[in-house]
Design a protein around this ligand. Sequence first.
Ligand code: SF4
Length: 430
Amino acid sequence: MNAVTIPIRADNIACASSPVITTERGQREVFCGLTGIIWLHRKIQDAFFLVVGSRTCAHLIQSAAGVMIFAEPRFGTAIIDERDLAGLADCNDELDKVVDKLLSRRPDIRTLFLVGSCPSEVIKLDLSRAAERLSRQFNPSVRVLNYSGSGIETTFTQGEDTCLQSMVPVLPTLPPHSKPRLMVVGTLADIVEDQMRRLLNDMDIRDVDFFPPRNSTVLPEVGPDTVFLLAQPFLPDTTLALEARGAKRLAAPFPLGVEGTTAWLQAAANAFGVSQDSFDAVTRAPRQRAEAALARQRSQLEGKKIFFFPDSQLEIPLARFLHREMGMALSEIGTPYLHRKLMAEELAMLPDGSRITEGQHVENQLDRCHADAPDLVVCGLGLANPLEAQGLTTKWAIELVFTPIQGYEQAADLAELFSRPLRRRIKLAA
Ligand code: SF4
């Protein structure tokens, strides 16, 4: 085991606290970045995600996507087989044939993502050159981009980061000295996006773009007059790419729960000079509705102890919400990666001495989990069943990414995701 403990103090925040952060390395139990295709293909409705991978990769996204087999799918796998792995076939020729066939059958596709996997990385297939070549060939009707969703040193939400990062260079340039524009970055369910847009518009923030867009041919412009708010915490590489194009990130907690949503909207309001009266008037009614809905959930969660295994990278904002708004006690907060800059506001809102683990050594973490005897464990699918069999109550982390949980109207649904397994356990025990 390789563990380093660092007590940190998050600066520049009024209520700064001192979580204790330990980094550990060992065996990990996480899904790979291909999983992001499931929510990305629902969001970008004219894109196709072509995984260049093995049959295992094909099985992973087919089983994760489930119901999609009944629709015309917008993802698929170009299988790398034994001949490719043995160097007996030219993978680029094979890939070109697959893409040719796909695009001639599917004229609705406007953006094709070539998604790298462990096998394509192992055989060092250069997908960026393939994307350039195919983009030239199919220009202007289809743009071909590439990103990695491989499971080599990643966790499943990183697939969205690499996907969005691959799109940043093709975003059009916002002309210099334009009116400032707000970009909301990170995939949100359409219903949440519509609610956020309405709230921002009601504050008179009208120049708002969402990235990724629903339509890949209508990309938001970016430049020094762009300010952006992260809607998801797992986008550090996209953040760097946007900053390299001159955009400025608005520091804020993430829009989970009433408190997080209010602070997130407030960051936009401050940047666009919205008066406090106007901000309060726009947010008052949805805030009060959400607070009332959360009060009903609080009785079920208050005082219960929760343990997070590292998985979705949403763990820290969720822990903040569950502790501050739902009264839960925090046992351990595991996170696959800790982006201190993006998380500064969240870290400052955690109670003093919160135990955060970055990375994973699953055996040691399981020992700590059993020793803590939490009421609820948030973990990946691989750990959930064995832990349930040992008498612990679990919540699948991946559900938190598939479910609309951001914003005021979804705050109670978010709390419900945690209270439901507790109620189920009580019923099973009765
Ligand atoms: S990308 Fe790697 S980890 Fe993911 S399904 Fe394919 S082989 Fe498995």
